[in-house]
Ligand binder design. Structure first.
Ligand SMILES: Nc1ncnc2c1ncn2[C@@H]1O[C@H](COP(=O)(O)OP(=O)(O)OP(=O)(O)O)[C@@H](O)[C@H]1O
Ligand SMILES: [Mg+2]
Length: 293
């Protein structure tokens, strides 16, 4: 099950905004998605409650879920993708644990020297983790809250190039994001003509993510006519029963289910090092135990 985590140590960098938008994009694309909160603030769950008050129709639901690190993580039946929001200051064991789950890490980065420094530190730590170092978990930066009148996008792109960190797009600073998120909405819920310029900015980001954020073939077969259903709140979550044993992470047994990754997200062709193999072993052997610290 593809998992996209939004990570940046810097508070207020736009993680929850990015996570809620990705979840809404999935819902509009017919992908039943779970929006999980590693964040104690539970920002995205609050957003889902607000969303419940809106009359929005999407072809697939957004299911709310709070990550409980003490239990084995299970996705509700029907959910095919997971978006994880994370708190500021994530590092060490907590960061490593998120990476154990994630196929992709998106890092929203604002354009200030403090934000860039913090993101560089976070990326350096990510690179020490076997799943990231081997390319099994891909990391990319998104320029966030950029002033469209400045050259902030160029500065950030240059910075990302120096870090050898894929830089997949920028989102401008606009009150549209603030207003939408405050109501449990996203720009993807707006009439496209009203947010045309912003949707254009999302294109390269979604295109890079498309190998991961595409409807799962099995889900399409199982529910071919997933009729547009009001998704008042992710409240369709109520009808989604807990799965028997669907760990969010691919174990060795699930390896064949992993979607093939096209070029943009294809793992780097590298012979797994001993370090990688130990990492894989840990994953397949002790995911649940590892989580029940
Ligand atoms: N592109 C944007 N334009 C304008 N405002 C934005 C944009 N993206 C995010 N914001 C605003 O910036 C603030 C911080 O965003 P957000 O809550 O998503 O950050 P965060 O990284 O999740 O913060 P925290 O670390 O506290 O969880 C919010 O008020 C949000 O509405
Ligand atoms: Mg947040």
């Amino acid at each position: 099950m593809p998992v996209v985590a939004v990570v940046n140590r810097k508070g207020g960098s736009g993680k929850s905004t990015l996570a809620t938008h990705l979840a809404a994009h999935c819902a509009h694309s017919g992908i039943p998605v779970m929006l999980g909160d590693v964040d104690k603030q539970q920002s995205t769950q609050a957003w889902l409650r607000l969303r419940a008050t809106q009359a929005i129709t999407t072809p697939a639901p957004i299911v709310g879920w709070t990550v409980d690190p003490r239990s084995v993580l299970r996705a509700p039946t029907g959910v095919t993708h997971v978006i994880l929001d994370t708190p500021g200051g994530l590092r060490g064991f907590d960061l490593a644990r998120v990476v154990m789950f994630a196929d992709v890490i998106l890092m929203p980065v604002c354009n200030s020297v403090f934000d860039r420094e913090s993101a560089a530190d976070c990326y350096a730590e990510l690179l020490t983790l076997p799943r990231v170092a081997s390319g099994r978990c891909r990391v990319a930066a998104v320029g966030m809250r950029l002033d469209a009148r400045t050259k902030a996008d160029e500065v950030l792109k240059e910075w990302a190039d120096k870090q050898k960190l894929p830089f997949i797009g920028v989102l401008r600073e606009t009150q549209g994001y603030v207003r939408c998120v405050e109501q449990g909405l996203t720009l993807f819920d707006m009439p496209p003509a009203k947010v045309e310029a912003d949707l254009l900015q999302w294109k390269p980001i979604l295109s890079w993510l498309s190998p991961v954020l595409r409807p799962a073939p099995a889900a399409v077969k199982a529910k071919p006519a997933a009729a547009p259903t009001p998704a008042p709140n992710g409240s369709r979550a109520d009808s989604l029963k807990p799965a028997q044993a669907s760990l969010l992470v691919y174990g060795q047994r699930d390896a064949h289910k992993r979607p093939s990754a096209p070029a943009a997200l294809a793992p780097v062709a590298a012979r797994p090092s001993m370090f990688d193999r130990v990492g894989s072993l840990l994953e397949s052997w002790g995911v649940s135990r590892f989580l029940q610290r």
